[in-house]
Design a protein around this ligand. Structure first.
Ligand code: 1HN
Length: 359
């Protein structure tokens, strides 16, 4: 090395130290340093069989009481875990968990800025109480807990109830806007008649003209029978997703909630979708049937109750090999925030060659 080069290196090193003293960093070096890639979520699957067993085991453990705890198992993406992301989340933007509500159990009332959805997988004897209204939840039902709505859960039946919780918590955390408070009592009083919120939106075709509901995200309950019937009646689909419909906020006609979009899609017998990739990340739960998805070149076989994720910009396509049974996927994504920031992009890609498997 020439003395001249040596001097230049020394000079840069000394300059970098001076910048660091001023809590600064040069943009050109930031782009040059290869180790600054953000943590990436991996395409992944959490199997129903294993998660169900673990949930039951949690149910048999000591009673969970105090501070609004839930018997919920957060599904942590191994890609994000490896990269040291502190909050156990399933994608960069969403947390999801398998929650079991044990017979006779109460999950105490609290509220938080993060919005949540519940997607019931098994059991039909549980209720969630949201801002004074109770909702009975059955398999395939979707229930919304919009931001800062008081919620507690109870299971007066003699069978455990298991559902998938999905939250926008990582997005809320990114803005340092996450806070939570307990309700002064274990359970909140029921102050509204059954069906109050759903009645205010007249089957999705009408809305109450009272200012109380207009434009707000409501703690609605979407029944499986209605959602599945809507898919069956639909004959126009997407080349990437088959027959796909979104659970709308009927007061706005827009996305399910301001931060989260929930959809239900049907892959009819023999359907093999085209492949695409998009900036939104998606958490799926298998509602009916079985099939597979090819994500980033790797094949993931799925069946009832499995939860899997397609992270942002991972090429993916869905397949239903069965010639007689349909397959139905429930999904939740961060689409609404991306759209509102003009960051949503979707690109067609060629169908993929399978180079490995997931799960
Ligand atoms: C939460 O409040 C619930 O209220 C479930 O049932 C899962 C996961 C992360 C953070 C808060 C619930 C949750 C959660």
């Amino acid at each position: 090395m020439t003395t001249e080069n040596q001097a230049a290196i020394e000079q840069e090193k000394e300059y970098m130290e001076r910048l660091a003293k001023q809590d600064s960093y040069p943009l050109w070096a930031f782009h040059r340093d290869g180790d600054r890639h953000p943590p990436k979520a991996a395409p992944w699957v959490w199997r129903w069989k294993e998660m169900r067993e673990l949930a039951y085991e949690a149910g048999r453990l000591e009673r969970i009481k105090g501070q609004g705890y839930r018997r919920a198992l957060l599904m942590q993406n191994p890609g994000l875990k490896a990269a040291g992301m502190a909050t156990p989340s399933s994608t960069k933007t969403m947390s999801s968990a398998i929650q079991i509500v044990w017979p006779g159990e109460i999950a105490e009332a609290h509220r938080h800025t993060a919005a949540a959805i519940r997607w019931v997988i098994e059991g039909s004897g549980a209720f969630t109480v949201q801002d004074g209204e109770q909702f009975r939840m059955e398999p395939g039902d979707l229930n919304l807990t919009p931001s800062f709505v008081w919620h507690d859960h109870k299971n007066p039946s003699d069978e455990p109830v298991i559902w998938l919780d999905c939250l926008d918590a990582p997005m809320v955390g990114f803005f340092d806007a996450m806070f939570q408070e307990p309700f002064p009592e274990d359970v909140q009083p029921i102050t509204k008649p059954d069906g109050y919120s759903n009645a205010s939106i007249g089957n999705g075709l009408m809305r109450s003209v009272s200012s109380e509901v207009t434009g707000r995200a409501l703690p609605l309950n979407y029944k499986w029978a209605d959602a599945y019937a809507a898919l069956q009646a639909m004959n126009e689909g997407s080349r990437y997703d088959g027959i796909i419909m979104e659970y709308t906020n009927p007061t706005t006609g827009g996305h399910t909630m301001p931060t989260l979009a929930c959809k239900l899609q049907q892959l009819r017998p023999g359907f093999h979708s085209d492949a695409h990739k998009h900036t939104s990340s998606v958490v799926y739960n298998v509602a009916k049937g079985s099939g597979s998805s090819i994500i980033d070149g790797k094949k993931l076989d799925w069946g009832f109750g499995d939860t899997f994720v397609v992270p942002s910009m991972n090429a993916h396509e869905h397949i239903n090999d069965s010639m007689s049974e349909d397959a139905v996927l429930f999904s939740m994504s961060d689409l609404p925030l991306l759209e509102s920031m003009l960051l949503y992009q979707e690109h067609h890609v060629d169908r993929q060659e399978v180079t490995g498997t997931i799960g």
